[in-house]
Design a binder for this molecule. Sequence first.
Ligand SMILES: Cc1ncc(COP(=O)(O)O)c(C=O)c1O
Length: 415
Amino acid sequence: MRSQLVHGPGFTSRWDFSHHVVPPLSSSTTYRLDSVKRGARGFSEFGEPISDLGEAPVYIYDRLDEPTRSLLESELASLEGGDDCAAFSSGMGAISAALGSFLCTGDHLIAHPLLYGCTHSLFTNWYPRLGIGVSRVDCNDRAAVREAVKPETRGIYIETPVNPTLELIDIEALRELADEINKDRPEERKLLIVVDNTFATPYGQRPLLLGADMVCHSLTKNLGGFGTEIGGAVICRDEEFRSLLMFRKDFGASLASKSAWAIQVYGLPTLAVRLERQQKSAKKVAKWLEEQDVVSRIHYPGLESFPQKELAKKQMRNPDGYFMPGSMIYFHLDEKKAPPIRFVNYLAKNAYCITLAVSLGHVKTLIEMPGAMTHSAYGPDDPTTQDLGIRLSLGLEEPDDIIEELQAAFEAVSR
Ligand SMILES: Cc1ncc(COP(=O)(O)O)c(C=O)c1O
């Protein structure tokens, strides 16, 4: 996979690869059609899976399909082990399209209680208006999930690792359960498992190979990597793809070709190197944090103390099969010894390497307080927003410099 990330496909009908070393960036909203027949063919063939070995597709209009984005899509599909991919203008665009492509009014979805704040908001603020029921159920509790399944249930939605706590959900166990339920269902009512794989990326975990039906990504994070592009992607099988693409055509959140190009040219070729390096730092920083008296709890899948260590080792693997605990850390301070808000504020004002900012999977180390920021959609009365946990996304800086700044902040705010 590491070489594939650098070079992409050796040949694809989406582009002429004999002359370019770097894929060209197309920037044309519309495409010249040499006859009405060709135009009609473009529309009638739209939504069919594109074969990289076949004839070039008939491009019509950017929102439908276009060569630069298409190249990124074929690459992401291959990295995740799926048949197809559709790229969106944001991660939320991808999540709402993945689910929107198969859920109808009257349908029901099961979702893990803790999710990224805007995904929670989608389920609590918008799905009721659309007449889609959502039950929030601990997706590691098989009996509870089985009990929550109704005839109208069409999907199970999870993040693993969960943002921000890094709790893991066992995808293989969910697959077994879905297969049991699907035995008695017709094809069009089968339960689909949708996994947000943003935290791990396909380099660190491939949910489709573990039994998921659809995978979502915020490309804004590690896949883009440099914090310059916002985007999303859904990877799935041919069976789910047509509806997904039609949803994107009509709801309209297609990824801009310029963003697709940057992710393809800068993000993917550096993904493995960045992730391995960020992870090395995360291991060192997590170990150091664990030893600090002011740190009351720490969640990092690479620590021996991580409660789901076995599941982490089973699920989070790089393409060579090595354990990939990732580059995200979530920790709590003993509030009597070091007030967490003062600690984060101190870093915001004084740190050089650590930036207070939302987002993650960036070349720069980012810190935030999810309860107050990214997860505030849970509302003031929810334990999620009352939680004063701190999320750290490791970048490419020297880990000793990060530790030095954390140490300085602990010393400055400790009572
Ligand atoms: C796990 C996860 N999924 C989805 C999203 C949404 O992605 P975007 O901001 O690109 O819409 C985020 C954003 O932080 C996220 O953390």
